[in-house]
Ligand binder design. Structure first.
Ligand SMILES: [Zn+2]
Length: 182
């Protein structure tokens, strides 16, 4: 049961990894923007706008609140692209340690006139790509180790260190491992 769940999570992670790699490569030539608008339930006269921006090796999540009523006919979701002329300078302005690595997190103070607030989170693509690569890499490593163990078992070698056990099948003279009964 646990193995099946892990396999499904790993499969999902692999799909995400491929999506991240594709977007990462694409982000250097084309900027992608995805917008989601929603009326805030806590403040019915405010529009919440979440946008995701993929650009120049960075993945950004922006959140805006504006004092405005959402037009019932307006599309809630929008995607737009923009061809980049050349390498863009990073949107990161304050050069802290995390900013140098490509991370940024900020929240503006509410504007007294428009009561608009903005907050954003920027991640360098290597970060989500690395995270989604962990489970697939573990799975590949386990698969390779299992295959090596089967091969050693088949060839009469020690499963731990690969020493030839045809002369001493009870115990490995090299590492001391006692082979499992076949
Ligand atoms: Zn051994």
């Amino acid at each position: 049961m646990w193995r099946a769940v892990l396999l499904i999570i790993t499969l999902f992670s692999t799909l995400l990894l491929m999506a991240m790699l594709t977007l990462w490569v694409r982000s250097h030539q084309i900027a992608d923007y995805w917008f989601f608008a929603d009326q805030r339930l806590s403040a019915p006269n405010q529009i919440g706008m979440t946008s995701i921006r993929s650009m120049s090796g960075e993945l950004g999540v922006f959140r805006h609140h504006h004092l405005e009523v959402l037009n019932p006919g307006a599309p809630r979701f929008r995607h737009s692209t923009e061809e980049l002329e050349g390498p863009m300078t990073s949107s990161v302005l304050v050069p802290s340690f995390w900013n140098k690595l490509g991370f940024a997190l900020a929240t503006d103070q509410p504007d007294s006139q428009t009561t608009a607030t903005h907050s954003y989170l920027i991640l360098p693509y290597w970060f989500p790509t690395g995270l989604t690569a962990v489970l697939p890499l573990i799975q590949i490593n386990q698969f390779r180790r299992r295959r090596a163990r089967y091969r050693r078992l088949r060839e009469g070698l020690c499963q731990a260190c690969g020493y030839d056990l045809r002369e001493t099948p009870e115990r490995c003279p090299e590492c001391g491992m006692v082979p499992l009964a076949r």
